[in-house]
Ligand binder design. Structure first.
Ligand SMILES: [Zn+2]
Length: 380
């Protein structure tokens, strides 16, 4: 990738509009050591200015525009917005949330009154909150979400210290549900930080608030993956999500978790399937059980199990229905790594209604090293 390509990709990761400080940060995280010179920040600025009609140095294509004029250090991608006002609206919405976060993150718990009436980041008891009158503007016909409430009571949301799997609302008010979902999708596409308001146990009078970024959504699973900002981070941008270059090189697949991941695993506070692993697996495969094709009651299963320190690589995962997940865990059947054939191991395994012979119709396949490990470990 050229410097310019990496600058554009940094902007895209940040939702199309950003200040130079954040751009440098993301640029560093998506570049190799050799690609970062001592004066990389100057090169980035030069590429931006060469490709902006707003600049005297303009000589390329009009890719960037300044948000507040020259020398203010905030730029946006021309193609990402209808016009300057839209870019400004998005940038200021983000900055506002970040400044609220700076204020509220000093305290761990907040009263309902503070959340609703003083900082006004959530109203009522409904899940997704958007201030329609303020945010239904420009191309955002459903507004922009500002916070989600998760009490862990109504939906199967999965919460850990680092992530939240947040399920789409499903009420009798279909139009409103869709609008709310779209407003949260906007936050994903524009990299807007949102507040996650957590109900804490029985005490309904207090809320814990976290700052999160919607990493992705899955319409088949009807869920969002939200990652939380660590309290100690200097820059409040989701660097961890951005640098996590999706490992597409199978030869680099890692069988076991490293110590850092192991720590994360222990932090699970609710639910047993880690949101990140589950989301990776659901995005890698078709959304159906790998051995029976059913599209309901699906779970992300580990091939090398968690108890054996199996890694959270998506290729160490398989989508299975609850029934076949249990059957797999109890070794009723196994997958032959050489031809992906499904082999029934236990006598009564044939009662499980496995109606496929192999995993060959999966477009993306599980990793060979994981299947090998399991095939050898669980001999007939
Ligand atoms: Zn199944």
């Amino acid at each position: 990738m050229t410097i310019l390509e990496r600058v554009i990709s940094s902007f895209q990761s940040l939702g199309g509009v950003a200040n130079l400080k954040d751009i440098y940060e993301v640029y560093k995280s998506i570049s190799t050591k050799e690609e970062i010179s001592k004066t990389f920040d100057r090169s980035i600025q030069a590429r931006i200015e060469e490709n902006s009609e707003d600049s005297d140095a303009f000589k390329g294509n009009n890719i960037f525009k300044t948000l507040y004029g020259k020398g203010k250090g905030v730029w946006f991608l021309v193609e990402s917005f209808q016009n300057l006002d839209e870019a400004k609206f998005v940038y200021e919405f983000k900055q506002k949330n970040l400044s609220i976060w700076k204020e509220i993150s000093k305290k761990k718990l907040h009263s309902n009154d503070y959340v609703r009436n003083q900082i006004k980041i959530h109203r009522g008891e409904r899940g997704i909150y958007r201030d329609i009158s303020r945010t239904k503007k420009f191309s955002f016909t459903d507004g922009i979400c500002q916070s989600v409430l998760d009490t862990g009571e109504k939906y199967d949301d999965v919460l850990t210290d680092t992530h939240l799997t947040y399920f789409y609302p499903d009420t009798i008010h279909k139009t409103r549900d869709i609008g709310e979902i779209n407003s949260l999708k906007n936050c994903c596409n524009l990299n807007i930080p949102i507040f996650v308001v957590l109900g804490i146990g029985r005490d309904k009078s207090k809320k814990e608030i976290r700052l999160g970024y919607v990493q992705r959504f899955n319409d088949d699973q009807r869920s969002f993956l939200i990652s939380f900002v660590k309290e100690e981070t200097k820059h409040v941008i989701p660097i961890d999500d951005i640098i996590e270059v999706q490992n597409e090189d199978e030869s680099k697949d890692q069988l076991f978790v490293n110590s850092r991941e192991r720590k994360k695993r222990l932090s699970s506070s609710r639910g047993n399937n880690q949101p990140k692993f589950s989301s990776d697996v659901f995005n890698y495969y078709q959304n159906e059980c790998a051995v029976c094709g059913i599209k309901y009651f699906l779970e992300a299963a580990h091939i090398v199990p968690v108890k054996d320190k199996g890694s959270d690589n998506k290729r160490n995962g398989l989508i299975l229905c609850k029934n076949h997940h249990k059957g797999f865990d109890d070794n009723f059947f196994k997958i032959n790594p050489s031809n992906y054939k499904i082999e029934i191991i236990k006598k009564n395994g044939s009662l499980l209604n496995i109606n496929r012979n192999s995993l060959n119709q999966l477009k993306n396949k599980p990793g060979k090293i994981f299947l090998d490990w399991r095939y050898t470990k669980y001999k007939r």
